[in-house]
Design a protein around this ligand. Structure first.
Ligand SMILES: NC(=O)C1=CN([C@@H]2O[C@H](COP(=O)(O)OP(=O)(O)OC[C@H]3O[C@@H](n4cnc5c(N)ncnc54)[C@H](OP(=O)(O)O)[C@@H]3O)[C@@H](O)[C@H]2O)C=CC1
Ligand SMILES: N[C@@H](CC=O)C(=O)O
Ligand code: NA
Length: 432
């Protein structure tokens, strides 16, 4: 039995997907049931990384998603529109959908899953988080019986690649970003990577699966890596940390059964001894803690043509397998998404965290004493205060706090910034 594939997009991931479809030897036999039927692009004359059989390319993407002969629509164009409308149109025409588009799913997942469940079709998105790493399907299936406590991950390949190169070579942010773009890791608009938006899309998706409720994407707190300097990377190293862009989703259990979730993305000082500290380059890792399984870590390449296409085509053969064997009506209880309620998120000021602060202060007596008093008055206890060096008559001071309530820390910091002796506060980074 052959299933016709309507592929939307032939960029980095689309080309990687075609490459797998056209070279099935030595791979799963179900690939032989997938027939590349149409490929939608914007520009018919662009040179391509793969040779597509003659007559398949078209710029009419609507014709693909409404074509009666198409069984599975694979959306790899990215962005919000027309991706969202094409996915909804495909569903309305009874097509199963595979997508790598975390931006669309994190914002319009509710609408898309409601439509898919009503139409009795599947929407699969393994490539949307962690690229080639199997993490979506394991959360739905193999870990489904666990009560998940936390999901902490490095889930943006571009920023991890940039931070790793900055750390290893002292390279400049801008040069390394250009390399990440040429390697096909970055989004069409790389600000989505650099400002943490892509990681926020992904953690919203993982949290919804892990904690069994819908997550409003706009409530996910998100900071990127633009402000991370070579100086911070080097000081962090001396203090025993690496700087990583972490995405964190954590369940705060309460006695009255109204659990709240912390969901956030921000640069973080990660101790050298932590398993996420050694995840470098385009590699991603997702550390899941569940009851009773304990810690489980997923590791692999989080971006790039081949790894991402591996996840896309695995979803395609999963659908083909179901279509071949399934007799039960869908939605399939382990593969579809049927949550209806929204999770409650903890406000940022109520989170507890340690902080690293780099201050530039006038080199005069009592400055460090004043800092201790201001932080102490807000209940913020300091773990270490180190005067690192001098710039003319200015001293550079690095402070690491003990765990503290974010709201208290921010109030103390505002007061510190007003001190006449403080010239500037170039960096404030949370510590894991
Ligand atoms: N790159 C990666 O490593 C990863 C990407 N993803 C996701 O996969 C998706 C695709 O990413 P990627 O392959 O990098 O993107 P690219 O920019 O490389 O490719 C996008 C493709 O979609 C086509 N396209 C875009 N908009 C339109 C439109 N309006 N009409 C017709 N065709 C259109 C482009 O056509 P044309 O070529 O003619 O311009 C191009 O072929 C995105 O959702 C991304 O977030 C997920 C994981 C990893
Ligand atoms: N731009 C993304 C691509 C994969 O999702 C990243 O860098 O991780
Ligand atoms: Na994945």
């Amino acid at each position: 039995m052959a299933y016709n594939i309507g592929l939307l997009g032939l960029g980095t991931v689309g080309a990687g997907t075609v490459e797998i479809l056209l070279t099935p030897e030595g791979r799963h036999p179900l690939l032989g049931d997938l027939n590349l039927y149409r490929v939608g692009v914007r520009d018919l004359h662009k040179s391509r990384a793969v040779k597509v059989p003659d007559g398949l390319l078209t710029t009419d993407l609507e014709a693909i998603v409404t074509d009666e002969a198409v069984d599975i629509v694979v959306e790899l164009i990215g962005g919000l529109e027309p991706a969202r409308s094409l996915i909804l149109q495909a569903i309305a025409h009874g097509k199963h959908v595979v997508t790598a588009n975390k931006a669309v799913i994190s914002r319009y997942g509710d609408e898309i899953y409601d439509a898919a469940n009503a139409a009795g079709v599947y929407v699969m998105l393994e490539a949307a988080v962690g690229g080639g790493i199997p993490v979506i399907n394991p959360l739905k299936q193999a870990l489904g019986v666990n009560r998940i406590q936390s999901v902490i991950g490095i889930i943006n390949g571009t920023t991890n690649y940039i931070l790793s190169r900055m750390e290893q070579e002292g390279s400049d942010f801008g040069d390394v970003l250009a390399d990440a773009q040429s390697l096909g890791y970055a989004e069409a608009d790389p600000t989505a990577d650099v400002d943490g938006l892509d990681a926020a899309d992904k953690i919203a998706i993982l949290a919804a699966l892990a904690f069994g409720g819908r997550v409003k994407r706009e409530e996910v707190h998100c900071e990127g890596i633009r402000s991370i300097s070579a100086a911070d990377i080097s000081y962090a190293e001396k203090l025993g940390f690496r700087i990583k862009l972490l995405a964190i989703a954590h369940r705060e259990e309460s006695s009255d059964a109204t659990d709240r979730l912390q969901i956030r993305v921000h640069p973080t000082l990660v101790p050298h001894t932590h398993p996420l500290a050694s995840v470098n380059g385009v590699f991603n890792a997702i550390l899941v803690e569940g009851d009773p399984i304990g810690p489980v870590m997923f590791y692999g390449q989080g971006a790039g043509a081949g790894p991402t296409a591996s996840a896309v085509t695995s979803d395609m053969i999963n659908i083909a397998a179901i279509l071949k064997t399934e007799t039960e009506p869908i939605p399939h209880p382990l593969l579809s998404c049927t949550h209806q309620h929204y999770c409650t998120l903890t406000p940022l000021e109520e989170l507890n965290s340690r902080f690293y602060i780099r201050l530039i202060a006038k080199d005069r007596p009592k400055v460090i004493g004043h800092l201790g008093i201001i932080f102490g008055d807000r209940g913020v206890s300091l773990e270490s205060v180190v005067q690192i060096g001098f710039r003319g008559d200015l001293a550079e001071i690095v402070i690491v706090t003990h765990e503290t309530r974010e709201g208290n820390f921010r109030q103390a910091l505002a007061q510190v910034k007003e001190l006449e002796a403080i010239d500037s506060v170039p960096s404030v980074i949370r510590v894991l």
